[in-house]
Design a protein around this ligand. Structure first.
Ligand code: G3I
Length: 366
């Protein structure tokens, strides 16, 4: 067992990291570093998605986030349903709380998300029309992006735009924005975001691109590449492909040459790659908590070993940092009633084997 307590925190917690390989334990012992420090040494950022109340009301968790994260994402506070109580109103209270936390921790934010088919307020679907959609979309994006310029360094401008099951030739999801504006809504959104903050890195984000052995994901990669090439050819200001990275703890870690080739093709377009919502769903992973933690660690490690070989991969954000706060506890509960364990730190904020494996992946990425 290795004592792993890189940076004294207000409420000092010794995290025991079991199962360290000799390399990782020497890395921890030698550099006594955090995911924040080790990712930075590999010229990348590591961060996590947070909810403001979890930082404001839990000093231990706040200390862990500050210790480990060099980048923060608002898990929900910057979505339409939180920002837009009505067509006439903006409510920035929760988003400002997250921005204040990032400011206090002296770290940038990744903004999530300006356009999505989910998490929209009830009034949007009924109010939106081809006539008002352009103004509604651009005014939302301009208002939000301008407000956080200088605090939010990058944005998920459009989230989950591809859905091949909607059977469009271009593979685009038949979202309310596509229905109202056609496929040009993507270009409109990116141009509005760029005009509002020319310094922000602008991402197209999606899930289901990670596994080499999943035919629909392999197909989606092809659709995504065509979409990216099309946007770039039209001079759309897009800088990043954001892979969400929601991985599964009960299937083989099929992150091999196919993923490397896909990410290389994205990089060859001149784009950076962000991993923006990394977690390992252990809802159906067999075994004890210890066994699940090992399985989850291996998935984190194998995925990061693959993606971090690409210099174009610039940041890794986990969708939460500790099992104490994960939407998977209600989103993907286990049938056996055991608590889910998808994140790098457990509910007691102790580093699980995943942390050592992630550190090693960043160290090996150099
Ligand atoms: O905060 C309210 C609470 O006051 C209320 O009592 C409760 C019951 O209605 O709802 C709470 O809000 C919930 C919110 O999460 C915070 O817990 C919303 O109903 C719920 O819809 C929302 O779910 C979020 C989901 O996106 C939809 O926005 C999850 O937390 C969040 O983890 C999830 O994240 C998404 C990414 O944004 C996009 N990629 C997939 C990823 C996972 O689904």
């Amino acid at each position: 067992m290795v004592l792993y307590d890189p940076v004294p925190m207000p409420t000092r917690r010794i995290a025991l990291v079991g199962g360290l390989s000799a390399f990782a334990s020497s890395a921890c012992a030698a550099s006594s570093s955090t995911l924040r420090v080790v990712s930075s040494a590999s010229h990348r950022q590591f961060g996590a998605a947070i909810e403001p109340q979890h930082i404001e009301q839990d000093a231990d968790f706040a200390g862990l986030v500050q210790q480990q994260c060099g980048l923060l994402t608002a898990e929900n506070a910057m979505k339409w349903n939180q920002l837009r109580p009505s067509r006439e109103q903006f409510d920035f209270a929760d988003a400002d709380r997250v921005a204040a936390i990032a400011g206090r921790f002296k770290v940038p934010m990744h903004g999530h998300c300006l356009v999505w088919h989910e998490a929209n307020p009830d009034w949007l679907a009924s109010d939106l029309s081809p006539r008002n959609a352009r103004a509604l979309l651009t005014s939302h994006i301009e208002t939000v992006v301008e407000r956080y310029a200088g605090k939010v360094a990058s944005w998920d401008v459009v989230n989950e735009a591809v859905e091949r099951n909607d059977r469009r030739p271009d593979g685009l999801r038949k979202s309310l924005w596509l229905e109202a504006l056609g496929a040009d809504y993507l270009e409109l959104a990116f141009r509005a975001a760029h005009a509002a903050d020319p310094k922000a890195r602008l991402a197209l984000a999606d899930y289901g691109l990670e596994y080499d052995d999943e035919p629909w994901m392999v197909e989606k990669r092809g659709t995504m590449l065509i979409l990216l090439r099309n946007l770039i050819s039209r001079g759309v200001p897009i800088h990043v492909l954001a892979l969400q990275g929601h991985l599964l703890g009960d299937r083989p870690a099929a992150f091999g040459q196919g993923l490397r080739d896909f990410l290389s093709a994205v990089a060859d377009l001149g784009l950076e790659i962000f991993i923006t919502e990394l977690d390992v769903n252990d809802q159906n992973t067999p075994g004890s908590a210890t066994q699940r933690d090992q399985a989850v660690a291996e998935i984190y490690g194998r995925f990061l070993d693959t993606v971090l070989r690409l210099p174009a991969v610039k940041s890794v954000v986990t969708w939460g940092l500790s099992d104490r706060y994960t939407s998977k506890s209600w989103f993907a509960p286990r049938a056996d009633g055991a608590t889910v364990r998808p994140l790098p730190f457990d509910r007691d904020l102790v580093a699980k084997p995943a942390v050592a494996r992630m550190l090693r992946a960043f160290q090996l990425a150099g």
